[in-house]
Design a protein around this ligand. Sequence first.
Ligand code: ATP
Ligand code: MG
Length: 352
Amino acid sequence: MTNPGVLVVTDDAALLQEVQRSAAGAGLPLQQARETGVALAHWASAAAVLVGADLAVALGRASPRRRPHVHLVCLGEADELHFRAAVDVGAESVIANARESGVIADLLAERAESRPPGQVVAVVPGSGGAGASTLACALAQAAAARGRALVIDCDPRGAGVDRILGLESQLGLRWTALTASPGRISGESLRSAVPRRGELGLLTWGGASASRPTALDAACVRDVVEAARRVHDVVVVDLPRGDDDVVREVVARSDQVLLVVRPTVTGVAAAARQVGALDTRVGLVVRGRGVGLDSLARSVGAEVMAQMGDQRGLDEAVDLGLGPLRSLRSPLGRTATGLLDALGAGAGRRAA
Ligand SMILES: Nc1ncnc2c1ncn2[C@@H]1O[C@H](COP(=O)(O)OP(=O)(O)OP(=O)(O)O)[C@@H](O)[C@H]1O
Ligand SMILES: [Mg+2]
């Protein structure tokens, strides 16, 4: 099937030229509509719609049907009228200073790929040190063997997923720079900017902010998770315990929430409280042996998705910078692979 084109609603030659320049790399055909009637005729079938500032108000008056991937484009600054028109046409964003921002090229590159959205997996500790960050990194490593994977660190008090994966000295985009820059980031920009090893990317603090990570804003985390899932097969989010705004936001957007439980009396009690706080369906990953699985599931109030033994030599592997997943046949490897299989994640998604 050929990819449908991008509808550009404008009668402004300079704006059209800018869109043509930005679209050159994406390989998507462009179709210009100089008036609202023509725009409405192609509105539903286009892969994306770029509405020029010159025709946005007129198009808004025609109340086009709501559809995804509509953006309003201004060559200069956006003003109140543009934001109003963006609401009327159902635009997802207003792209101001289009020439300088590079946002159009990123957006069209994403549409050209037309990937199915990736799976988002959140991993939460049932009790302190249960093994959530380790499992999150192992899942991301296993997912990277199948396709594109990203692990997002949302725990400012944790060791940092870069340390767990041995990627702390890799250069790349980190939370500190991301939260300081205005505007949304596109999936492709995110993917190409974060530290990575092969198909495994990561987003964490680190660098100059290593000892004093800044708190995250839930809306920013939401935008990053959504951008990430557009260009990755699997996005794993390492969450802290609790139910703050960031935890709620990520949990609400996840295809699967995993809670790592220690099968001890205190581990189970803490996990039950955490499940109560999250107030959503979670799958349990039990680390170690102790309390029986049936009674554990009943006490915690969630189903057991996996049970794994402790991984021998884990701390040494992490200290050596190898990451927690040294072999797919290890306890962590088998668990991560089984969980990805259960989620239908990774394999073959890119071909869809
Ligand atoms: N699968 C495992 N096998 C053996 N030891 C493990 C495993 N997972 C974690 N550990 C041990 O537990 C420690 C804590 O792990 P981790 O940081 O992943 O826990 P967490 O649940 O994320 O903790 P936190 O509450 O700090 O977020 C690790 O340093 C390691 O020593
Ligand atoms: Mg952790």
